[in-house]
Design a protein around this ligand. Structure first.
Ligand code: ATP
Ligand code: MG
Ligand code: MG
Length: 568
């Protein structure tokens, strides 16, 4: 069994269970459906769902859909697919928009209690009145509006009587607070935009800081885990939870009960952890969206994207992403994780799980002259060197085979231990072959001719003879041509977000991040199901493309090379 994880959040959960503060915990993963999930979200998913699973708790998937204009059903569907693909299942699926009526009633309560008011300042004026870190804010001229006037104006905001941006509902907290988030933050704004769940029902929408904590309270979330930039918002989170006081005001959530929702209303606690940053990529949804809409990548699931659907298509197994989340752990320290940490997780999982196959990427023909014309055999190869249970496969072999162009050098450099004119190399699973002739078209090698040492076949005494190199090959008669996409990092620099010298991440796109090559595959590689991964011997881990692979027209994506080629 894996060692028990013990970060500071799990410690809090453990203590809360031990002390009896909670008999069962509940967490949530709250994506905004305005883009596809990325590897940063995977950290949050593995944390929230992992804790739920480890402590026998419940986990909600909640669409934080309070911002209608950027949201889309395509994103809603992809998010569910990606969470499941990562290996998790939610207990309840919720939408913040399920709670619009509760948010509204709660806001009316705050107004009645003298804790919120309708403000007519423009966005720019609000900013100016708010003050700065070193300067207290000034009260809005509308701050002392009578409750009855606030109630009337808020009802008319809700009825759609006023123009976008003309008024807001603000919490009445403290314009002199050292925490700017507490200087009468907006709770509601006017936006006459249709919403994908509620249509035209609402011309006003709640702000994140107000809606999120009330949603947590309604769902009985015990530990609301979020990233560090919300640390300064925690006083506001607590202010809203305490002043709305749902547990003592069941009339506020009566509409949910009537609609049949489970409402385990309770007081939630926000806990912050550091977000995931990885080098050689960008993670802001705005930038990922721009890469897609400007055609700089082939879509959200382009295998170079840090999106979960991109990593999936690239061939990263979900177990590798979970392993990555475990390895990086949870803390309050901001840091940038090296991309190779993620790639090593992929290598570790695929090394254990992926069967081995032979594929020749840039093929050149080798004719073995001392085998008769039409000679053909069937060899048997183990599927996995460290796992007998993976079984064996048959590999056709004949007089003509493909080898990698790179495995031959006419004028070898020092320490080149593969095939050279007059030299010997071992053909994996076949025996020792000597290069006896090189046939060229101008400068290009068109064909190699060889002689197989017939006493060096596997199991024979002569097979023990030492030669420096071993190369792989594919039978020219039975081999299947394939398209192989060699993916690499999308950016050439570690920090593409760095916008010094007026440059942007677009200036750092890696022109070699995709190279498509023709390859020859052994037949047992072609039968692969979409998304099946193999180690192509000596070359890397490759995965049959989810969409384009067909057994008679194979398409493989390089998931990761065998070794790290980026770090020095
Ligand atoms: P945006 O602000 O661009 O809309 P976001 O990054 O806040 O997007 P959400 O959809 O709101 O994305 O995120 C859902 C959850 O995933 C949040 O709880 C958020 O804290 C978490 N999350 C997002 N990015 C990361 C990251 N890089 N590392 C860890 N958690 C993250
Ligand atoms: Mg967000
Ligand atoms: Mg973001």
């Amino acid at each position: 069994p894996a060692p028990e994880k013990n970060d500071f959040i799990r410690q809090i959960v453990r203590d809360d269970l031990a002390s009896g503060k909670h008999s069962r915990i509940r967490t949530r993963f709250p994506p905004e459906p305005n883009g596809y999930l990325h590897i940063g979200h995977a950290k949050s998913i593995c944390l929230n769902f992992g804790i739920g699973r480890e402590f026998g708790g419940l986990v909600n998937l909640r669409f934080d859909d309070t911002n209608p204009s950027k949201e889309d059903m395509e994103f809603v569907e992809s998010i569910q697919e990606d969470v499941r693909w990562l290996g998790f299942e939610w207990d309840e699926l919720r939408h913040a928009s399920d709670y619009f009526e509760v948010f509204y009633r709660s806001a009316v309560k705050l107004i009645e209690d003298g804790k919120a008011y309708v403000c007519d300042l423009s966005a720019e004026e609000v900013r100016e009145y708010r003050g700065t870190l070193t300067q207290p804010g000034r009260p809005s001229p509308y701050r002392e509006r009578p409750v009855a006037e606030n109630l009337d104006l808020f009802r008319r905001m809700r009825a759609g009587e006023f123009a976008d941006g003309s008024r807001t509902l603000r919490a009445k907290i403290d314009m002199a607070s050292g925490n700017i988030n507490m200087r009468d933050p907006a709770l509601y704004r006017i936006r006459k935009v249709a919403h994908q769940n509620t249509g035209d029902a609402w011309p006003i929408y709640p702000m994140y800081d107000y809606a999120h904590c009330i949603s947590d309270a309604l769902e009985g979330i015990t530990h609301s885990l979020c990233t560090l930039e919300f640390e300064d918002h925690r006083p506001l989170y607590d202010w809203c939870v305490d002043n709305v006081d749902l547990p003592n005001h069941p009339e506020l959530w009566q509409p949910l009960v009537e609609a049949g929702f489970d409402t385990p209303v309770a007081k939630p606690r926000q806990i912050e952890f550091s977000r995931l940053n990885i080098n050689y990529t960008v993670m802001s949804k705005r930038k990922l969206l721009a890469l897609v809409s400007d055609g700089l990548v082939a879509g959200w699931d382009d295998p170079r994207m840090p999106t979960l659907s991109g990593l999936r298509r690239r061939g990263y197994p979900p177990a590798a992403l979970r392993l990555f989340a475990d390895r990086i752990g949870i803390s309050k320290q901001n840091s940038v994780i090296d991309f190779s940490v993620l790639e090593n997780c992929v290598r570790d999982v695929l090394d254990a799980e992926a069967e081995r196959r032979m594929a020749v990427l840039d093929p050149v023909k080798l004719v073995i002259e001392n085998l008769p014309e039409g000679h053909a055999e069937t060899l048997e190869f183990g599927n996995h060197p460290k796992n007998e249970a993976a079984g064996k496969r048959t590999v056709p072999f004949s007089r003509e085979i493909w080898i990698e162009r790179e495995d031959f050098m006419e004028t070898p450099v020092k320490d080149f231990h593969r095939l050279v004119p007059g030299g010997e190399v071992r053909l994996r699973g076949v025996g020792i072959v000597k290069c006896v002739d090189v046939i060229k078209d101008g400068e290009t090698v068109r064909e190699l001719r060889g002689q197989l040492d017939l006493d060096s076949r596997p199991g024979m005494e002569g097979a023990k003879r030492k030669v420096k190199g071993t190369i792989h090959w594919v039978c020219a008669k039975a081999g299947v041509p394939a398209e192989v996409r060699l993916y690499d990092r999308l950016f050439t620099v570690a920090d593409p977000d760095n916008d010094e010298d007026g440059k942007s991440y677009r200036d750092y796109l890696n022109p070699d991040s995709i190279r498509t090559v023709r390859a020859m595959l052994e037949p047992a590689a072609c039968a692969a199901a979409p998304e099946q991964s193999f180690q192509f011997e000596r070359s890397g881990y490759f995965t049959a493309d989810r969409h384009d692979h067909r057994p008679d027209a194979p398409v493989f994506n390089r998931s990761v090379t065998l070794r790290d080629t980026w770090s020095a």
